[in-house]
Write a protein that binds this ligand. Structure first.
Ligand code: MRU
Length: 366
């Protein structure tokens, strides 16, 4: 597989660059405005990075992790600590601020832990703040590069499962916008199968309330030449009943060792329906999305602004579709129990049932 991974890395020219690092700032594609406007937001401080994550300028589990990792570097650029001890204090504060942005995607906490641990390691080896900053910058770049490599690998595993002529049902946006690389997790098999000459098309549900499917997935798939059909979320059952899809591929914000998968609200509906109709249901995520510590009840499902449900986002901005005062419940993720999942595809291979045993085995593989 290694030579194929290298070949794809060389060939793959992302059409969309949601995250760019330029030494002293992050340049983020503002995903709140897509597909109507292509505008970039610059983040130079920890608070600007935190706001960009919280307000969904950048979103999607791996992209949030990568952005937060560069946020840790910016903490040193911004605060110019005088000593390594001060640098560690600055980083601890930055980690605290960044960790409060979004609660569900584990990649955020994974990336912050990795960056802070790297800082501790560097601090034990040098008394130069400049060397700590350079070491952290290199670590953030490595996290970004490893993400692309992981996506190529899971894309190759997933592409093998896709037959010529397949139609994939997805949800939300688990594409290149959500990971920062331009390739994505759930979309990686689709792009790679199509690079390898298979015809693959996609059915994308709009994904209310934030409409990641309609606004982002449709945009990036069409931009990459993949035949795509948009459906209302409520049409998912019918497209399965009518066998208009052969397979479901979704991303994940957090995967527990027992196989429970936290992902965009509506994933559970797709999984239960796929189970009922005998349609294979796959989750694609890098191993950085696997939370080896938590139980289902420990994971906080984010609830966002009620106005996300009361309004729709249009090219003219947000438009109310209901009473402004109506009570709203707006959980933006759900949890899918392992019994509904055919397999979890990671860069280390595919874990199939029983997930509780096979995910652990997969994590032991290099
Ligand atoms: O609220 P969002 O847009 O950050 O949610 C994104 C998702 O749920 C994705 O499916 C998940 O993060 C995987 S991204 C490869």
């Amino acid at each position: 597989m290694d030579s194929l991974v290298e070949e794809i890395k060389q060939k793959f020219k992302p059409k969309i660059r949601p995250i760019e690092w330029s030494g002293d700032k992050l340049v983020l594609l503002d995903q709140r405005l897509l597909p109507f406007e292509t505008k970039y937001v610059e983040a130079r401080t920890v608070v600007e990075v935190a706001n960009a994550i919280r307000d969904m300028v950048v979103r999607g589990a791996p992209a949030i992790g990568i952005t937060a990792a560069f946020g840790m570097v910016l903490a040193l650029v911004e605060n110019r600590p005088a000593s390594v001890e001060e640098a560690l204090k600055t980083l601890a504060k930055a980690r605290e601020v960044l960790s409060k942005t979004r609660p569900t995607a584990v990649n955020l906490f994974w990336a912050l832990d990795r960056m802070y641990n790297k800082a501790l390691e560097l601090a034990s080896m040098t008394s130069s703040v400049r060397e700590v900053k350079e070491g952290l910058e290199a670590e953030a770049k490595r996290i970004f590069e490893e993400e692309l490599e992981a996506e190529i690998r899971m894309g190759l595993y997933g592409a093998e499962i896709l037959e010529d002529g397949s139609t994939v049902l997805t949800i939300c946006n688990a594409g290149g916008l959500a990971t920062g690389t331009g390739l994505g997790t759930a979309t990686a098999p689709i792009y790679i199968a199509s690079m390898l000459g298979k015809r693959v098309s996609v059915i994308a549900p709009e994904t209310r309330p934030w409409q990641q499917g309609a606004r982002l997935t449709v945009y990036e798939l069409v931009e990459n030449g993949i035949p795509t059909t948009l459906i209302a979320d409520t049409a998912v059952g019918l497209v399965m009943y009518k066998r208009m899809v052969n397979i479901v591929m979704v991303g994940a914000d957090r995967i527990l060792l027992d196989g429970h998968v936290f992902n965009k609200i509506g994933t559970l509906n797709e999984a239960v329906l796929a189970h009922e109709f005998g349609i294979p249901f796959y989750v694609l995520a890098p191993t950085s999305t696997i939370d080896t510590r938590s139980k289902v009840e420990d994971v906080k499902i984010e609830e966002r602004d009620p106005d996300e449900v009361r309004t729709v986002r249009t090219s003219q901005g947000k438009v109310y579709v209901t009473l402004r005062e109506v009570a709203v419940y707006n959980p933006v993720f759900d949890v899918t129990p392992p019994k509904y999942i055919t397999g979890i595809i990671t860069e280390r291979g595919i874990a199939t049932q029983p997930l509780g045993i096979n995910l652990r085995k997969l994590l032991k593989r290099l």
